[in-house]
Design a protein around this ligand. Structure first.
Ligand code: ADP
Length: 494
């Protein structure tokens, strides 16, 4: 019976494909990094052909390693780096410019101009996002403005826009399907999350013709089949979700109030807010958690720019640890550091501060502060930033009693214990910490009948270890006060 599921996880630094069986156990996987291009300071691009080639290569090799053929696969689910923008010619199938990556800041001045014209309020009201270069709309506008003849081609209906999922779908189906899902659409700055439609006012504001936009479908939907030549037989593509949304699904976060926090390079917290979108008072984003059976579930999201990358900084720049895992042993031996605070604002501060000009610092050092204290303070900083986000969510009316964590950092038990201590909520680590790929497989499995309901998925989710606070309230308050003082000192003057 064909009940294997393939998750294509197209991330910012690598493409990965994981083959799951019908009990969501990993059967095989393959991963490949690709080139990051930095044509100018603040610009980040990917070569679309390299993205495509890497996805085909890892999918073929994951199938091979799993010793299964394409006709044993029930369906493919796609999850992807969000907001990254591609525009291609519908006739040739070739992109007219490199992909502009979510991190790219080239449209900062354009965003400031639109803000000055007073547009931000309506953008937030319609999209739940902010007028920031991060999201796709100003990147599309930039491509149409800067590529020779692009505007005319777009007006003639010759061009197609897509986030990475949509581009991959187009290619996988041999150019037959131009569609995306509601979670990816919700990150473009062009999609009204309340009406679940592309918004004409927003399209006008950014001078983007409607003809270039894909059709928006549920996360679990019929997205067409792969070209037979690619994987030996036609495989249905049955699910799409942006990476953070897929992680929430992979964590079986289907109930109102369920929260997941992903600790990779950065950290993304997403809380399911049920059928009602909550507008944040604290600069968190409102987004579509997922859309199933035509019903939209909303989420509140906060991001921390630097999480695991601070550990990489200790390893690669300070050269004080040999590998990321040794941070755990050092922190265990050192114990909680009370007075040293490292604020990892290497790229400014994300939610709830949104201070692009803040810069990193280590504060509170004394003569006996050494490498061990700095390493431990770095782990602590990532937990304090999660508390910042959690407090913002509480202030917005959410109060999670439990969070589910995933991503590369969560193998670190010391970190998770300190996180539970500081949050004073239960922290659950699942057996499979690769929630993103799992989420893509889950949506594809729902559509293809491998799973019947989200309840069934909830039962598949397996706890590995639970962390609960053992810290007294006074100490928690004192430590957090120290962190807030340190943050106040690195904030930019504006
Ligand atoms: P991404 O998907 O963003 O590439 P991953 O989920 O693979 O990231 O996580 C990798 C990150 O986790 C790296 O930044 C690394 O420094 C960090 N990391 C991995 N293991 C540990 C550990 N045991 N303790 C602390 N950080 C870790």
């Amino acid at each position: 019976m064909s009940n294997y599921l393939i998750a294509i996880d197209q991330g910012t630094s690598s493409s990965r494909t994981v083959v799951f069986d019908a009990r969501a156990q990993v059967v095989g996987s393959a991963q490949q990094e690709f080139t990051q291009e930095y044509p100018q300071p603040g610009w980040v691009e990917h070569d679309p052909e390299e993205i495509w080639d890497s996805v085909v290569a890892v999918t073929r090799s994951a199938l091979k390693r799993s010793a299964i053929s394409g006709n044993e696969v029930a369906a493919i689910g796609i999850t992807n780096q969000r907001e990254t923008t591609l525009v291609w010619d519908r006739d040739s199938g070739h992109c007219i410019h490199h992909a502009i990556v979510w991190q790219d800041r080239r449209t900062a001045a354009y965003c400031a101009e639109l803000q000055a014209k007073g547009f931000e309020d309506s953008v937030i009201a319609k999209t739940g996002l902010r007028l920031d270069p991060y999201f796709s709309a100003t990147k599309i506008a930039w491509i149409l403005d800067h590529v020779d003849g692009a505007k005319d081609l777009a007006l003639a209906g010759r061009l197609a826009f897509g986030t990475v999922d949509c581009f991959l779908l187009w290619r996988l189906t041999g150019g037959r399907v131009h569609a995306t899902d509601a979670t990816n659409a919700a990150r473009t700055l062009l999609f009204n999350i309340h009406t679940q439609q592309w918004d004409e006012d927003l399209l006008r504001m950014f001078s983007i013709p409607q003809s270039i936009l894909p059709e928006v479908r549920d996360c679990a939907a019929n997205f067409g089949g792969t070209d037979k030549g690619l994987f030996g037989s036609e495989i249905p593509i049955a699910g799409i979700a942006g990476d953070q949304h897929a992680a929430l699904i992979g964590q079986a976060g289907f109930e109102n109030g369920m929260t997941k926090s992903t600790y990779g390079t950065g950290c993304f917290v997403m809380a399911n807010t049920g059928k009602s979108p909550i507008r944040s008072k604290n600069k968190l984003l409102t987004t579509v958690a997922y859309r199933l059976d035509g019903e939209t579930t909303y989420a509140l999201e906060g991001s921390i720019f630097v999480a695991g990358s601070a550990i990489q900084w200790l390893r690669d720049r300070l050269k004080v640890i040999d590998d990321a895992a040794s941070s755990e042993k050092i922190a265990e031996a050192t114990g909680i550091v009370d007075h040293v605070h490292l604020v990892p604002a290497f790229a400014g501060l994300g939610a709830p501060y949104w201070d692009p000009n803040a810069r990193a610092a280590i504060m509170g050092m004394s003569r006996d502060t050494g490498i061990d204290e700095i390493v431990t303070a770095t782990l602590q900083a990532i937990a304090y930033q999660t508390v910042d986000l959690n407090n913002a969510m509480i202030d917005d009316g959410l109060s999670a009693s439990l969070i589910r964590v995933d991503g590369g950092m969560v193998t670190n038990n010391w970190f998770l214990q300190f996180l539970a201590d500081m949050l004073n909520v239960i922290v659950d680590r699942p057996v499979n910490v690769e929630s993103t790929a799992l989420g893509a497989a889950f949506v594809a499995g729902l559509q293809s009948g491998v799973f019947d309901t989200t309840d069934e998925i909830g039962k598949i989710w397996q706890l590995d270890r639970q962390f609960a606070s053992t810290m007294g309230a006074d100490r928690r308050v004192e430590l957090y006060r120290g962190w807030r003082d340190a943050v106040a000192r690195v904030r930019s003057a504006s």
